[in-house]
Design a protein around this ligand. Structure first.
Ligand code: SF4
Length: 101
């Protein structure tokens, strides 16, 4: 398992650039979270690259900078997210997160 602050101290290298966090999520009343196939308008769905990566926080106020604290708190991050995997969080919640692709 990777540690979030690896030898280079580069948190961002843990991101697998899978783009899974860049799709709309829906939370139902019972707390179930569905990952949809609706991408962020700035995501290139083929390459899975953000078209505005360098200026994403400036251009898209909905884009958030993932920190270790946020990764631990956010319920909607996909279990395949590199940060969740690096922090060993993928086994903790098996219920209430579903994918609709
Ligand atoms: S889901 Fe996680 S690993 Fe994938 S792009 Fe988003 S932050 Fe990176």
């Amino acid at each position: 398992m990777l540690h979030p602050m690896n030898d280079t101290g580069d948190w961002e290298t843990i991101c697998k650039q899978c783009g899974l966090c860049c799709f709309e999520k829906i939370e139902e009343e019972d707390g179930t979270i569905f990952h949809t196939a609706i991408p962020c308008r700035y995501l290139d769905v083929v390459s899975r690259e953000c078209r505005i990566y360098e200026r994403r926080f400036e251009i898209n106020p909905e884009c958030i900078k993932l920190t270790e604290k946020l990764v631990r708190e956010l319920r909607w991050l996909h279990d395949k997210c590199g940060y969740r995997q690096a922090l060993g969080l993928t086994q903790i919640r098996k219920k209430r997160v579903k994918t609709r692709f």
